[in-house]
Design a protein around this ligand. Structure first.
Ligand code: GTR
Length: 422
């Protein structure tokens, strides 16, 4: 088990991180928290021998401080974060990881194409909305599907899923049901639930950015910081939020954005770019999401940029096999969600997504929460398997089993929402 300690500047100066004030230094300690199952470590190591799954082989690393400003000074006042530092960190992620959204003007319309007040046997109202984006004669349509519980006070808090698994998981007729989007269970707890299909916004393959929203909004040559596909999906989540702002059934102060895996990375970026989301949920987001890149456990920066060349901006490739040169790490992406609610979840057998690296990342985002006076504390030792931990505005769990989004995860998210939205 690891402990988290902060060390002062001198140590950083030695390795050239002169502008950084605090680091996280990992030392050994013992505890009762979650540890990777050695049999799973063995199995995964055999199947992907070029990647590291052993905790003992995680290299030593230094984390940049989320609270040090560009001149190296540690900020101490909430307004220094909200007025200066937050913008600097956001820019770092735009410039180096997800890319910048183009400023091309567009128009937008919402069309309710179907409304059924008697869905789910009368328990909910189904609404299907086409969000149409138009620019220079080109059009993109995002199909938003949502259920709002009928027998509760309006407006309702709502969960928006970024669906990366296809419409089969989100059947509006409810003939096919899936734990990935458990609409009946969410409605039964008094929440609204919504979904859009990520490929409506941008197809999930390398098409040289010709299709989807890139085909509609991109102009001229691509630049090293032009937006990638994850950024496009996050932008799509914001267009759904635009719609919620017009729907009297939805409590716009209580909208959660949630995604699994590549959708989890996207949910984090959507929450960073768009502060209207008051709760952000990252389900097994791993590399390019909640997991610290510097640990190089499971999926690495080089691997993700190679397997998925369309996900990030070109600049992210500067950090292929070069993680220690990053002026940021993923704890700083999590810090961008503060002071809003944030839940990070992992799965026991999903070591590709580095559960421990995701927890350490979350712990290292907490200085922002505490600076912003939203007291949020997590134990240094990871919580045991299937034991959610909530510390103020942040939550975390490691669920048993493999890489998936299940009802068990959703139930813990709703428990968390009950607390942070009460
Ligand atoms: C994997 C990828 C992960 C994760 C996952 C998913 O192949 O390496 O980063 O995004 O796909 O989205 O299911």
């Amino acid at each position: 088990m690891k402990r988290l300690l902060a060390l002062p500047t001198e140590a950083l100066a030695k390795v050239g991180y002169v502008s950084l004030i605090f680091i996280t230094f990992l030392t050994s300690a013992s505890g009762q928290g979650w540890e990777a199952n050695p049999a799973v470590v063995e199995r995964l190591s055999k199947s992907r021998s070029e990647f590291n799954y052993y905790e003992s082989k995680v290299p030593k690393y230094l984390l940049p401080s989320v609270l040090a400003n560009s001149k190296g000074a540690e900020i101490a006042k909430p307004e220094e974060w909200t007025k200066v530092r937050r913008g600097e960190v956001l820019e770092m992620f735009r410039e180096n990881v997800f890319g910048r959204i183009p400023e091309t003007p567009y128009s937008k319309t919402f069309t309710v194409v179907n409304e059924d007040r008697n869905a789910m046997g009368g328990a909910a109202t189904l609404k299907q909305i086409d969000i149409s984006i138009n620019s220079d004669g080109k059009e993109l349509k995002i199909r938003l599907t949502m259920f709002v519980p009928n027998n509760v006070k309006k407006p309702v808090p709502l969960f928006l899923l970024i669906d990366n698994r296809g419409p089969a998981n989100t059947d509006p007729t409810r003939q096919t049901k899936s734990e990935f989007w458990p609409a009946e269970d969410v409605v039964a707890r008094g929440y609204g639930i919504a979904v859009f299909y990520n490929s409506d916004v941008d197809p999930d393959n390398f098409d040289d950015f010709k299709n989807g929203i890139h085909g509609v909004l991109d102009r001229g040559e691509r630049k090293p910081d032009s937006w990638g596909t994850l950024s496009a999906w996050a932008w799509g989540a914001s267009r759904c939020m635009d719609y919620f702002e017009t729907d009297k059934d939805v409590d716009k102060k209580k909208v959660a954005v949630l995604g699994h895996s590549r959708g989890g990375k996207t949910a984090l970026w959507a929450g960073a770019e768009d502060q209207r989301f008051s709760l952000v949920i990252s389900n097994e987001s791993g590399a390019g999401g909640a997991a610290l890149a510097r640990r190089r456990l499971g999926e690495t920066v080089a691997r993700i940029n190679t397997s998925f060349p369309h996900w990030f901006c070109l600049n992210y490739r500067k950090y292929n096999n070069n993680e220690d040169a990053m002026p940021f790490d993923m704890h700083m992406l999590l810090g961008l969600i503060a002071p809003r609610a944030l839940y990070v979840a992992c799965a026991d057998e999903d070591l590709w997504g580095d559960p421990k690296g995701s927890y350490i990342s979350l712990v290292n985002a907490l200085p922002v929460y505490n600076l912003l006076k939203t007291k949020s504390v997590l134990p240094e030792i990871m919580p045991p398997l299937n034991t959610p931990v909530i510390g103020g505005k942040v939550g975390f769990h490691v669920r048993d089993g493999g890489h998936n989004l299940l009802l068990k995860d959703w139930n813990w998210y709703m428990d968390f929402a009950n607390q942070v939205w009460k």
